[in-house]
Design a protein around this ligand. Sequence first.
Ligand SMILES: [Ca+2]
Ligand SMILES: [Ca+2]
Ligand SMILES: [Ca+2]
Length: 194
Amino acid sequence: IVSRLISLYVSSFCSQGYFTSCQSGKLGIKLYRLVAVSFGLLCILQATLNISLRLWRYAEVTVVSQVLVDTIKTRWVYFSDRVYYISSTKKTWQDSRNDCLQKGADLMIINSKEEQLKDNVWIGLTDRETEGTWKWVDGTPLTTSYWAKNEPSKGFLGQREDCGEVMLHQMKENWNDKLCDEPNFWICEMNMIF
Ligand SMILES: [Ca+2]
Ligand SMILES: [Ca+2]
Ligand SMILES: [Ca+2]
């Protein structure tokens, strides 16, 4: 069909005098080759384009899934109009707090029994200012507490335990005062109501 079309095309050009020497036979073969080569090139171009598009789609999907993985990796949890971040590494109480502040949050304040945790993490509770006077990081005094048995133990060998953590055990009362410089996991709390 293609060669038939080309010969028709060439003969019509010849009859209209577009070519100075109109040897339709030779010209037809040349044109046929030219179109065949062009057609081949077009196929290669399309194949390249298809592969490129697929690669681009793959890249796009890879980027999207990477964002998803990053979101999961960042360990943010939503609960009751608040967002909590649970760390995957350990830091001192102050470094943990600094990390929360950098994230626009602060160490978690346990305001209700719904927020009571079972995990080994720093919370935003300290008696660093005045020994025995526990305060939350927002300055509010501690009213409802969940100290574990024999806690707060205040420290040993002159080392003050001034930073609050919750502990990973099934007792309802599981808070512990701990040496602030000991590395621990931590939990940040961000208020989502602005
Ligand atoms: Ca809270
Ligand atoms: Ca203390
Ligand atoms: Ca203790």
